[in-house]
Design a binder for this molecule. Sequence first.
Ligand code: GLC
Length: 518
Amino acid sequence: MDAWWRRSVIYQVYVRSFADSDGDGIGDLPGVRSRLPYLRDLGVDALWINPFYPSPQADAGYDVADYRDVDPRFGTLADAEALIRDAHAHGLRVLFDLVPNHTSEEHPWFRAALAAPPGSRERARYLFRDGQGSLPPNNWQSAFGGRAWSRVADGQWYLHLFAPQQPDLDWTNDEVRAEFEAILRFWFDRGVDGFRIDVAHGLAKDPEMPDLGAGHAPSGPAATGHPHWDLDEVHDVYRAWRRISDGYPGDRTFVGEIWVADPARLARYLRPDELHTAFNFTFLLAPWDAKALRAAVDESIQALSAVGAPATWVLSNHDVVRHVTRYGGGAAGVRRARAAALLMLALPGGAYVYQGEELGLPEVEDLPDELREDPSFRRTRGAETGRDGCRVPLPWSGTAPPFGFGPGGAWLPQPAGWAELTADRQTGDPASMLSLYRAALRHRAALPALARGALTWLPAADGVLAFRRDPDFFCVVNAGERPAAAPSDLRRARLLLASGPVAGDGTLPPATAAWYVS
Ligand code: GLC
């Protein structure tokens, strides 16, 4: 049997916005536990839980002050252990989120570094450098805007590729390596099935720290030759981690968040002795266009099969504009998102579902500025609106905010129109997004072709993607603007599921996808 992670559907739980148990308006681990039956019924295989560790929340928990505990906002260590146990009892595996590129400024190591002199062992765990006169050591920029260096009282500067509250660790330091290996064991010993690795392409930096040259951006998919993204030295770290995960029973797994421009560079992280899978941002970034989508699929499968790794597919996460909105918003955006879901779930490999996409939630674009929490909003003085709009708490039930999110309010306001989109409202409505995801996931689990069948493209009209998963499953996606006749290979096939109405003769309207079996 293949390892589970080769074709699993993993649901991303953004804890603070999933379900709140105690009425403080912030989702928490007991809230996640209370909704496990919903996730089991949805039909996903596993959960990836965003960071819940003690943190000042300068970057929504991606600034970790203690990697071995739970922030009181989100619960207790006992709640995390109970969540792993309960999820397993519901047949769901659990991945936690590991943030190795940087700690919080409140981490005891960084506090010790600030209290210690330049050149000390305490400073050597981070990237402290002398500046050039009154200027920082080089021109590196933070991914959230502004410079990537902050100055401390004695005049030295420290590197932070994200917010100043997120100092970068020095991964050439043996103490840093040993500490993270111990953290992995801490959670593996508690039964966690794996980790999502935050900024996995960022740990190694060019020791010369040259200026960022033209052609290299501070964030986004990195081009080869970048001074702080995707350096070859990073692979050693993952080889050591793989030896650790392989030492545990039950197919523990790592998924990397790796932003690189070239799928062949991505594949290097997935060599047999490194990480298991990575998010496929090429697919996520592709526009709603048949050629672009097909190119993303082909490039990904080709690059990853060269190292024996499965592809993964993802449409949304907590860092990007929700895909209903990316695909145009409104009714057209919803139609495309429905079709995209059937495309994604029919492709070979694994898939990620970001909480709320199964409800068809759009980006919330009109949040009041004073409620926005994403550091990129303030660091760019509003030039970037930031990522809060995809992080609005989920609507579960009822007709008014907070729509069953919890007994108090919700940390970001939910649009009144979400009354139509609650999980309760969509349950049992055969036309809802939730019903589409449930049906697709049920079929996916039952059909051997979707588990293992190779992908073969079929001839199709312009704007249409059509493929078979051997031997007997077919997916057709009309990403064009005109109705499209079904490919001839499908004449004798039976329609299994469609994202919208399909004509009796098999003609697919625009922005519609359909699954068939023969
Ligand atoms: C990753 C996370 C993002 C976070 C950043 C810094 O990209 O997904 O939310 O802000 O890393 O940790």
